[in-house]
Design a protein around this ligand. Structure first.
Ligand SMILES: [Zn+2]
Length: 357
């Protein structure tokens, strides 16, 4: 009986062991092959008590669910075969705008449009209520506003009407200019430096200035790009914008004086029409060139003029010779640049439309 019991125990243990050999390899097919040696060598205790088998072996987390497999393999296929639809946007129209600008009393200010290179896009422009001609310069649509030397300081409106009837606007800020004062004498020929002579000069100036304020102008732009200086070697002897004090009267110098001994050739700074050739008591022998649309240059105190009124002149054409005629302390060339009825600093103008000295 005892032998039979031992025999029966051996059979049971062997059966379980063999069953285990058959059972566990089926699990290793699912688990990573690296674990095979561990899995096929469980202890008897482990076989009898499955709860002691390491979690890694019994876990099914290594098996890839069919749903996951499908999702991983089918979705890229769907994406790769779909042609993306990109909406076609209409071309963006760049709006025409004007920036804000600032300038000093007595200087020209260049007001430039952005968003267009065609003057036809801009119907009209006004600055502080004054209509200005629109032109293109170096591919930029613009206007140039002459700020009078006695212009009020502060902010002023810039209003433009476009071709499509819309309006754009901006602001021009005018800043104060410092105006130094120097003493000046009056020659005996004009009455001398005394109240009578001073009054005589003021009366004559008012008369001559009134005539210069009403010059006819060509409605078209006559000037071309790049202004040149009126003398071959431009040297400044008297700047724009200071007050000449004669005692009881103050006269503001509204042009630039260039060094020019008598007989120095004087040239037109740009193309235009010789609008006026005349001898004045104060300004002496004078040539005025109309560059069109209310834009003029004045050449004064000449000893000689060599152009006829009404004729076209081109940039660099000789129009006369320098001198000291009229109210002048010595020979020189006085140049005035006038925009929208006001005389501005010629050197500032050359910086914008010619070349700096
Ligand atoms: Zn002068």
């Amino acid at each position: 009986m005892k032998q039979f019991g031992i025999f029966l125990f051996v059979i049971i243990v062997s059966g379980v062991f063999v069953g285990g050999l058959i059972f566990f390899p089926t699990k290793t097919a699912v688990v990573a092959p690296a674990n095979v040696n561990e899995i096929i060598s469980p202890t008897i205790e482990e076989v009898l008590n499955p709860t002691s088998i390491p979690e890694a072996i019994t876990s099914t987390s290594y098996e890839v669910p069919s749903s996951t497999f499908l999702a991983a393999t089918t979705s890229p296929t769907v994406k790769s075969t779909t042609t993306p639809v990109v909406p076609v946007k209409p071309p963006v129209k760049i709006p025409i705008t004007i920036s804000s600008f600032s300038g000093i009393q007595g200087e020209p200010v260049q007001i430039v449009f952005s968003g267009t290179k065609s003057t036809e896009d801009v119907s009209s422009v006004s600055v502080n209520g004054i209509n200005l001609p629109v032109f293109a310069y170096k591919d930029a649509v613009q206007v140039v506003y002459g700020i009078d030397i006695n212009h009020k300081v502060g902010s002023f409106s810039v209003i433009a009407k476009l071709k499509d009837e819309t309006m754009v606007s901006s602001t021009l800020t005018v800043l104060e200019r410092k105006k130094p004062t120097e003493s000046f004498t009056i020659p005996d020929s004009l009455g001398g430096t005394n109240p009578v002579g001073e009054q005589n000069v003021v009366t004559l100036l008012n008369k001559e200035n009134a005539l210069l304020a009403n010059l006819a102008t060509n409605p078209k732009k006559l000037w071309t790009e790049t202004f040149r200086y009126p003398t071959e070697i431009p040297v400044i002897t008297d700047p724009y914008g200071y007050n000449r004090d004669t005692g009881t009267q103050t006269v503001t110098h509204k042009g630039t004086d260039f060094r020019a001994p008598i007989g120095t050739p004087v040239y037109a700074v740009n193309r235009g029409v010789a609008r006026l050739v005349k001898t004045f008591t104060i300004y002496g022998n004078t040539v005025i060139i109309d560059h069109g649309q209310g834009f003029f240059t004045f050449y004064m105190h000449l000893s000689k003029t060599s152009v006829a009124e009404g004729t076209i002149v081109v940039a660099g054409q000789k129009i006369g010779e320098s001198g000291g005629t009229g109210y002048a302390e010595g020979p020189h060339l006085h140049l005035t640049v006038r925009l929208n009825g006001t005389s501005i600093d010629p050197l500032k103008f050359f910086m914008l439309y010619g070349r700096p000295l």
